[in-house]
Design a binder for this molecule. Sequence first.
Ligand SMILES: [Zn+2]
Length: 361
Amino acid sequence: MLAAPRLPYYPGPVHLDLHRHLEGSHSPAALLEVARTFDIRNPLFFDAAGDRFRTEAELAPAVTMDGPSADAGVFYDRIVKARAAYVSVPAIAALAVRAFREAAADSDGFEMRLSLFSMTRTLIEQQGEAWKAVAPVAFAERARPILLAVLAARDQVFAETQVPMVVRLGLSRTFESEAHYRALADMVVEHAGALVGLDVLGIVAGADREPMPAALVEILTALRRHLPDLTIHAGELAGHESVDRTLALDPRGIGHGVRSLENPATLERLAAAGVTLEVCPTSNHLLINEEVAAITRMHGAAPLPALQRAGVHCVLGSDDPTPMGTSFRHELEVATRIGVDMGRLEADARRRWTEMTGQTL
Ligand SMILES: [Zn+2]
């Protein structure tokens, strides 16, 4: 599941980033290095008039949000732009190595989430094909080298740094094709031993921002025989009822979940079930600014310390450092500033790590 950490027990504080996405972890420096190495002359990276690759300062505004926006499309646009570098499996491998190195330098251990469907779809499109024209099993075989490249990047960077790191497979509730998801899941089972669990992510438009199609639940249920540790994004773009609905699927973690603070009964259920919320303060500040302000007024504290006071297990995450212009170190500073009980945060992170991996840090 993961290579053994360098020590059986870390005596000092351990700061674990337990909610971080690979697609949101391509820094401008990494994107430009890969663009140069693979000669990607996309206008995002290359200034044709000047016949030169752009500088980090020129690229950064295109891939980073410049402030809060209630329109999740603004965030998603930044993710989509960075995908311009997914031109080949070696290019994705190079980006993954950079992303793992940067995450290792930014924390004492971390979990990286891999949106394998969207990366595969993007690669196929970048190579000039329509992904829907690729049959499901063939699609899964196009995904396999991406998965193996990401796992190899993890192993390489662990060997270099000895920083504990695990990879979680993300499945999107956007659920573009049941047949392609099923084939992808069948392929992933063969590599389940190299993964730490499953995540449900993705932003959809419409009245219900966090639906879970029945066929996706079926696929998750089958996959959980091989990857039991399930996390689900909820209680972020949608209210506490999305967390209540999610709890019926018995996840071990909930991505964000801060809007549970809108309902005392939801908080009680979370505390009783021992489910861990993965709280990402800067992400929430950018994407659900007004909701966070209302929760803060209601509780007289920011969401993370309020959740701690309600007896809910919480860990900290950077979410998508590049589009959100943050780092895990910055999230630690924010957590300190907003009154988080840092000792308790660390204890919850260690507890969660052991729950996921069976290993004690
Ligand atoms: Zn997330």
